[in-house]
Design a protein around this ligand. Structure first.
Ligand code: GAP
Length: 457
């Protein structure tokens, strides 16, 4: 497959087939925001459900949480985000384009600059005349400044510090501030995890790789609490690496050759972490972070204990007082979706196919009447559609010719298409076409559900 412009091809497919649209499009678009159409919404939901099933329902040591998006300013002071959660930015003085300094340097002179100070970044930019503005081509930059990523919100009608809250910058803090609530109200005992899927918000300036990095995104995070005197964090860390790898390669069926681990250097690592490794995926724009794994120690519980003046330690059955340590796998659902689209996008001679696993395909089955202007075929197809809907997420399509309908379903990864033709009215059988092999089989209507159930594992 020709890999050039793969991202453009995926973006065009997403718009054409109702997966992803530019946010606020009819008003000219709002940068770094996206809306998900009918097929995209189903795909997101399937990824989210699969993650939840794998990390919560299938385990006996993880419980769920759904915490508030709008959160007390003290949470973010305690966690260190109001002071430390910032990117270094520069503005082009000529055309006013604002960019992350590290992205600009990486893009223009292919130099990794994680952990460099503002002054060091500024020196690199000013001394390299190749670091030109990607928009207007000038080398005329402002100084490098820090830009906090948290979104402030003013509550009520009085503006000022008293009414200041934040849209959460990560779901993780919800787990720390509810730690005691969960210990006191559920039957958890160490080691255990608290998992959450929900929206997070960051005022990001991004180079625009579709939903890879957006202002608003969905995180799936898990805080795994353990007694650091009882368990070796390095072993636990490695066990989580294996679990994450298995989820991506086995549950999501992603090609292992497009994945790798990368450990953060001391300069790059977040202030709260003792070790961080990223599971990276080879996106069309290069290997980038998919999923982070961090050993956050007892940093967060201790900080919240201090700032809230509440004791967030627990007492184990022997009477020992413990402030648990934490290992955190944190991934974005939207980033998983972009990985899945990149990995499954396939160009064949006469068609484009999303080779999605049937578990996450937006629709499992599509039903068509061979001809849309023959009422007896439409009626029969509608009957079959209605009965299949009871068992599978099914879509009906009566537009255009049969070839176009196959083409459209292939592009959103529907595993099976069912055509009702004139013979159906005689023999009570339909043609079932397999997305990947394009083989067609005649199946009796009475056996259809059992046939599809067997195939859609
Ligand atoms: N609690 C730790 C934490 O939030 P992170 O590396 O900043 O760590 C975790 O975020 C994951 O969330 C990332 O690996 C990525 O998958 C996703 N993510 C982070 N920022 C994002 C953004 N602006 N847009 C989309 N996904 C994002």
């Amino acid at each position: 497959m020709d890999e050039s412009n793969l991202m453009d091809k995926i973006t065009a497919l997403c718009k054409r087939r109702g997966l992803i649209f530019q946010g606020s499009e009819i008003y000219g678009g709002l940068a770094n925001t996206y809306d998900y159409g009918p097929a995209g919404t189903e795909l997101l939901r399937n990824i989210r459900n699969l993650w939840w099933d794998y990390f919560v329902h299938k385990r006996s040591d993880v419980v769920g949480l759904d915490a508030s998006v709008i959160s007390h300013q003290e949470i973010w002071r305690a966690s260190g985000h109001t002071a430390g959660f910032a990117d270094a930015m520069v503005d082009c003085k000529n055309c006013r384009l604002r960019m992350r300094a590290d992205h600009l340097i990486e893009e223009k002179i292919k130099k990794k600059v994680e952990g460099k100070s503002l002054q060091e970044l500024e020196e690199i930019i000013s001394s390299n005349k190749d670091v030109i503005c990607p928009n207007c081509g000038k080398h005329d930059w402002t100084s490098v400044r820090k830009f906090n990523l948290l979104f402030p919100v003013n509550l009520g009608i009085i503006e000022g510090d008293q009414s200041l809250a934040y849209l959460r910058g990560e779901t993780a803090q919800g787990m720390f501030i509810n730690f005691k609530n969960i210990v006191d109200s559920s039957r958890v005992k160490l080691p255990f995890g608290i998992a959450q899927i929900g929206k997070s918000f960051r005022n990001e300036i991004t180079p625009g790789n579709s939903v890879f990095r957006t202002l608003e995104f969905e995180q799936a995070e898990l805080e795994y609490f353990f007694d650091s005197e009882e368990q070796d964090w390095k072993k636990l860390f490695d066990a989580w690496k294996n679990t994450m790898w298995d989820f991506v390669t086995k549950a999501l069926n992603i090609n292992e050759n497009n994945l790798r681990w990368r450990e953060h250097s001391d300069e790059e690592r977040s202030f709260y972490s003792k070790r961080t490794e990223d599971l990276e995926y080879k996106f069309p724009f290069g290997f980038k972070e998919l999923w982070g794994l961090a050993y956050r120690t007892d940093y967060d519980l201790k900080q919240h204990g201090k700032f809230s003046n509440k004791d967030l330690s627990i007492v184990d059955p022997t009477g020992k007082k413990i402030t648990p340590h934490v290992i955190e796998p944190a991934v974005g659902i939207n980033r998983l979706l972009l990985m899945i689209l990149s990995d499954s996008y396939t160009e064949e001679k006469d068609r484009i196919v999303l080779k999605l696993s049937s578990k996450i395909a937006p629709y499992k089955v599509a039903v068509f009447p061979l001809l849309a202007n023959k009422p007896e075929l439409v009626k029969k197809a509608e009957e079959i559609y209605k009965s299949l809907k009871e068992n599978f997420v099914t879509v009906f399509d009566g537009r255009g010719n049969i070839g176009k309908r196959y083409f459209a379903q292939d592009e959103i990864g529907t595993p099976f298409c069912i055509t009702v033709d004139f013979e159906t009215l005689e023999d009570n059988a339909v043609t079932v076409r397999d997305r990947d092999t394009m083989n067609q089989k005649r199946i009796k209507i009475e056996n259809l559900v059992a046939y599809l159930q067997k195939k859609l594992v």
